[in-house]
Design a protein around this ligand. Structure first.
Ligand code: AMP
Length: 210
């Protein structure tokens, strides 16, 4: 199963990808997590990406295409994967298509901008393993501590209200056109955000026929 999760920043792609990854037994590939790790480790890619990320802008396509092509070559991707946060532009989608990758389904998580803005303030992430939480919707077992690795949870710099606003603008301009791109290919399934994380997962699994 090769799956793409589309949706605005904060739509819950990371949370849903974690759940689906366990249910479907395939890895999640998150370019956001790969880039954050690169920034943390001070790699050349990280140095290139940091300013774009802090400003809520997209990292240039050629950097992302390089990262994703390399990652999809790894052995754990052989039986399928869930792409979280990539592709984010038509150029990235075309690059994946050119690489001969045939997706089974593209799930678009639908949620209003107002709800996103309310949500983002509560998001917390683990800088060590990339796990994502929400103080109300998906709290960790112990406050401020990652359930998975014990790391100290932080608020992402790019979750600040002003940055969220520009990230939403970028989403509508650059990423939302991907819905039409994949609808034309008969792959798009829209899933409305549900009141709980579990209900949204159920709705996704339903459209996947699982
Ligand atoms: P995310 O965790 O998916 O919200 O990504 C955090 C930031 O990383 C984004 O705001 C972008 O600056 C950058 N980024 C992640 N994935 C991509 C992508 N596919 N294309 C361009 N920039 C990306």
């Amino acid at each position: 199963m090769k799956l793409i999760l589309l949706g605005a920043p904060g739509a819950g792609k990371g949370t849903q990808a974690d759940i689906l990854c366990e249910k479907l037994d395939i890895p999640t590939i998150s370019t956001g997590n790969i880039l954050r790790a690169a920034v943390k480790n001070g790699t050349p890619t990280g140095l290139k990406a940091k300013a774009f990320m802090d400003a809520g802008q997209l990292v240039p396509d050629e950097v992302i295409i390089g990262i994703i092509s390399e990652r999809l070559e790894e052995p754990d991707c052989a039986k399928g994967y869930i792409l979280d946060g990539v592709p984010r532009t038509i150029a990235q989608a075309e690059a994946l298509e050119k690489a001969g990758i045939a997706f089974d389904c593209v799930v678009s998580l639908e949620i209003s901008d107002e709800e996103i803005c309310e949500r983002m303030g509560g998001r917390r992430v683990c800088p060590d393993c990339g796990a994502s939480y929400h103080v109300v919707a998906v709290p960790p077992k112990a406050e401020g501590v990652c359930d998975k690795c014990g790391g100290k949870l932080i608020q992402r710099k790019d979750d600040a209200p002003e940055t969220v606003k520009s990230r939403l603008e970028v989403y509508h301009k650059e990423t939302e056109p991907l819905k039409a791109f994949y609808a034309e290919r008969g792959l798009l399934k829209a899933v409305e955000n549900q009141p709980t994380v579990e209900a949204t997962s159920q709705a996704i699994l339903r459209v996947l026929g699982r």
